[in-house]
Ligand binder design. Structure first.
Ligand SMILES: [Fe+2]
Length: 311
């Protein structure tokens, strides 16, 4: 099609899509082209701004490697990850859901750990925490034999993959639910952490005058045949950043019941000082089991990174 005027460009690109044999691909790309072309018109994008945008996309790729995924980070920082999650869970966004963001730090092959075991695999500061979680179907029936991955940051705000000082797979574990649908484990209370700002996501946050903190949380990924794979996080309510999460992940339902115990006898004799407990009942929706693609595959080496905090 010969282009006579600017409107023709959109028509020409959409016409080329008509030959695509995959109906869903055609639907998604059609909407993408229409919205992107409207975006260019609405924002009156200049040539220089377009070149800046293209460089942004290139920079996302260049900033990613086996222990860091910048594309996930920027999708989260724009609320896209959260929107996709909430539109695809809880009866397609109609009801409360235990689903939350996967985030950029899930690794496959976490060490299988018996129920009640510890996921602290190298000396790690922070108050001890005992977690008890149950997994049920929508009728309240316990789900036995679900595979549940757990991962979280240290009290210093680093996942083990970012932090050469922590042992491989520290603060990560794989559990299987018992006949009551329960898993239980011991760890340390996680801390909030800054997301990296040395790539294009940092540029985005600085341009908006935003901080780069996530409130403290614990990650869960549960799967069992017949159920939709559940990706979840439980947030720490007294975190300073609970209502300004840089990744827009905190929903009311997933603010966890982290309880501080000062003078009560801890469940293990070696616990010194105050300790925490956390209980939560997860509901899994019926559906297809499918594990997400791991955003990272390896662990960083060299020095512990220095991730600055944006005010
Ligand atoms: Fe996280």
């Amino acid at each position: 099609m010969i282009i006579e005027r600017q409107e023709d460009v959109t028509k020409a690109v959409l016409r080329e899509l008509q030959g695509a044999p995959n109906a869903r691909f055609k639907e998604i790309m059609g909407a993408f082209v229409r919205h992107m072309h409207d975006f260019v018109r609405d924002s009156k994008l200049t040539e220089e701004e377009f070149r800046t945008a293209v460089n942004y996309v290139v920079a996302l790729g260049k900033a990613s490697n086996e222990s860091h995924n910048e594309a996930i980070l920027i999708a989260g920082s724009l609320g896209i990850s959260s929107l996709v999650c909430l539109l695809n869970n809880g009866d397609n966004g109609q009801t409360e859901t235990d689903a939350s963001l996967l985030g950029p730090f899930w690794r496959m092959h976490s060490p299988v750990t018996p129920n009640g075991g510890s996921i602290v695999r190298s000396p790690t500061p922070g108050p001890t925490m005992f977690v008890d979680a149950s997994f049920r179907d929508r009728d309240g029936k316990p789900i036995q034999g679900a595979e549940v991955d757990i991962w979280h940051s240290s009290a210093e705000g680093f996942y083990e993959n970012q932090d050469p000082i922590q042992a491989d797979m520290n603060l990560r574990g794989k559990f299987f639910t018992d006949a009551e649908g329960r898993i239980a484990f011991r760890s340390v209370k996680p801390a909030g952490y800054p997301i990296p700002i040395d790539g294009p996501t940092g540029d985005l946050l600085r341009a908006q005058g935003r901080h780069n903190m996530r409130p403290a949380h614990l990650h869960f990924l549960a799967s069992k045949d017949g159920f939709k794979t559940l990706v979840s996080q439980l947030y720490v309510p007294d975190d300073k950043f609970i209502d300004t999460d840089v990744q827009f992940g905190v929903t009311r339902h997933l603010i966890g019941d982290y309880i501080r115990h000062e003078n009560e006898k801890p469940p293990a004799p070696d616990v010194k000082g105050a300790w925490y407990s956390l209980e939560h009942n997860f509901v899994m929706e019926a559906g297809r089991t499918k594990l997400p693609r791991p955003p990272i595959t390896g662990k960083a080496s060299g020095e512990r990174p220095k991730i600055p905090h944006l005010a």
